[in-house]
Design a binder for this molecule. Structure first.
Ligand code: AHM
Ligand code: MG
Length: 334
């Protein structure tokens, strides 16, 4: 930050944005503050993962039949507890829980918003110290205020998102969140314990040089996708061979894609007709951020944001990234 430049905290920024809307009650900024608080607690634990004996499979399986790491469970618990005490959250749904949770106290029943989250995405990277993150989405509930939330509150398409974002626990800890007003990034200054505006009005570059996919799955892809990968790897009349980068942690791969441009995809393959990543916890929030920052998203046919969810843990094929790279990829696969 340049000397003399005013530090803008996450709180100050969201309150300022609220003022732009005469009807806004400030509920969204309260929720972002609460998510920020939960993520600071998670961040502390993530930073200590190598020091304390907390990493490793806990032995339980989540709804998708995957092993949960202890830190996932911890992060899930923190998010659930912090949002339960938030006056603006009526209920949550988490990638780690089979069903949504309705907070049934009087304050929560009167709240307008529900929050969906993946408490610690990319958790297989914990024990190798690679970046991981918390992904979140905020919707306005469709059930009547004053009653407990219902499943339909959580099965809304990405187009209906009020806000979405992620916190990346990386070489520095950052929160990136977007609304229809745009996407902004805040870096955690641990000396003051505040997320400070560091990446104002983020825009996905129209073009990029990086493709990001688990290329080890190529043999299982359909022919159009194989052809696209060949296109990526070769010099052509319009470009040099692209660079391949894949961390295997969606938050980290998407963070790079948002900043540097590129394309991230997790397609369907022979064994997984709907791909691997979850619509409501991973694909929608990331697609929303990319689209609000000028990028594109698709499931191969339409924008991720136009998919009407039918179940909480639904998986979809996903392509997200720079506009021109997306157009090129879709020309191979559609
Ligand atoms: P998780 O929610 O169990 O952590 O799995 C999601 C992660 C994403 O972060 C990442 O993009 C993907 O799984 C990597 O999968 P793969 O190892 O099959 O490439
Ligand atoms: Mg995940």
């Amino acid at each position: 930050m340049k000397p003399g430049k005013k530090i803008i905290t996450l709180d100050e920024f969201t309150i300022e944005q609220t003022r732009l809307f005469s009807k806004a009650t400030g509920g969204l900024s309260t929720l972002l503050r609460d998510i920020g608080l939960a993520s600071k607690v998670i961040n502390e634990k993530v930073n200590k993962a190598g020091l304390v004996d907390i990493i490793g499979a806990q032995g339980t399986e989540n709804v998708q039949g995957e092993q949960q790491m202890k830190l996932d469970v911890y992060a899930d618990d923190i998010m659930i507890r912090v949002l339960k005490t938030s006056v603006d959250c009526a209920g949550i749904a988490s990638e780690e829980n089979d069903d949504f949770i309705a907070y049934e106290d009087e304050y929560s029943c009167n709240a307008k918003y529900v929050v969906l989250f993946d408490p610690l995405d990319g958790s297989s990277n914990i024990d190798v110290n690679a970046s991981i993150g918390t992904i979140f989405s905020i919707y306005r509930r469709v059930s009547p205020v004053g009653t407990p939330v219902v499943e339909a509150d959580f099965l809304q398409s990405g187009r209906k998102l009020m806000a979405a974002g992620y916190v990346i626990y990386g070489s520095s800890t950052m929160m990136v969140y977007g609304t229809k007003l745009g996407v902004n990034g805040f870096t955690l200054d641990s000396s003051i314990g505040e997320f400070c505006l560091s990446h104002k009005d983020m825009q996905v570059p129209k073009d990029g040089k990086i493709y990001s996919v688990n290329q080890g799955n190529t043999a299982k892809y359909e022919q159009g996708l194989k052809d696209y990968l060949t296109y990526c790897m070769e010099d052509n009349e319009d470009k040099k061979a692209l660079t391949h980068r894949y961390i295997g942690s969606m938050v980290a791969d998407m963070h790079r894609t948002l900043i540097k441009g590129g394309i991230f995809f997790y397609p369907a393959d022979r064994n997984n007709a709907t791909g691997k990543l979850r619509l409501q916890y991973e694909c929608n929030p990331m697609a929303f951020l990319a689209e609000m920052a000028g990028g594109k998203s698709s499931d191969g046919e339409k924008s991720i944001l136009d998919i009407e969810p039918t179940e909480l843990h639904q998986r979809v094929p996903v392509f997200i990234g720079s506009e021109n790279m997306m157009d090129k990829a879709l020309s191979f696969i559609s």
